[in-house]
Design a protein around this ligand. Sequence first.
Ligand code: SF4
Ligand code: SF4
Length: 351
Amino acid sequence: MMSSQRTPRSMHRRTPVWQPPTDVVELMGDVSGNALNGWDETVDRPPTLVMWANPKQLAHGPVQERMTRQFLEHPDLRSVLRPDDRHEPVTVATQKLERSPEQWMDDITTFASGLDGHEVELIGVARPEPNWFFDGRSSSLPFVVMLGVAMDHEQLATAPEHTSAMEVHRQYNRGTAAARALADLIRGRGYVAEGHGGPGAGPLQMVPAAIAAGLGELGKHGSIINRQLGSSFRLAAVLTDAPLLAGSPDVFGADDFCVGCRICTDACPPDAIAPERRLVRGTTKWAVDFDRCLPYFAVSHGCGICIAVCPWSTSGEAPRLAQTMQRKMSRRAASPAEQSRAELAPRPGTE
Ligand code: SF4
Ligand code: SF4
């Protein structure tokens, strides 16, 4: 592993930093995932695929293979891996159904409510940007529908136990099934649509697409914080040429909250969550240290501690925190003096 790319350790930790076992260190090799991810690069570019694809084509493929083996050896985890990946997409109808973009939006909202048997908790639409697609992958389809499926927070909170990983995979499966069902619905109406769901990587990074679609803000832990579900959800996506209406980012103060919070930073066993933003492919943003996260992630069934401990993820907390942060944002917008006070004040539960 390259050491020059590492983040400084948090000065506030109460527990020692976890150290990876020798066999995982060896599997990590000498290639820095942070370098592949574009840390300290000043120019935007397509992201490099670093995980959850054909391991033979990945720099850290041996770590992914070790993690997959560990999953398959665990009877409970094996039972939630997607049993059948041979979904046959519906043939695109030869005649296009004429619907206005507003009618299409009504239709996908109805879909999200579960009338087709695939309820999803969050749905939004964005226009894909070229640099959301992994290097070597692309799409000319003009819209991406982002779906969010809620996780049971009680199960998630058992992270890093395998019971949390089981819930993660149950919801990945639900999101994938919903994305495929929505794509089939669209294809049956004469438009092109492709459904994609985790944990395998699809053609594009889902986090920037979901932020653009209005599903939430990027948190310090590198996942999205939604105003209803916090970070207790998983994403799936449908690329399509159906005439939809793109949404816009939902800014409600989660990013601002992260500035004064260090809960995930302190809770992360390998100290992979830096307290400050990084420059990544031309954008300064919250970014998890891949080289520190991956070894722990691999030996702990996908970890998930950071999203479980995030105060926004606790059941029922996100709407209350969103309201509080929006009130603060409104006050700051109205008063520069209040803005300075708010920037200096500690946040409850973060000291
Ligand atoms: S735990 Fe705190 S710092 Fe981390 S993502 Fe959640 S709100 Fe942000
Ligand atoms: S998944 Fe686990 S190891 Fe990775 S950043 Fe989150 S808490 Fe840290």
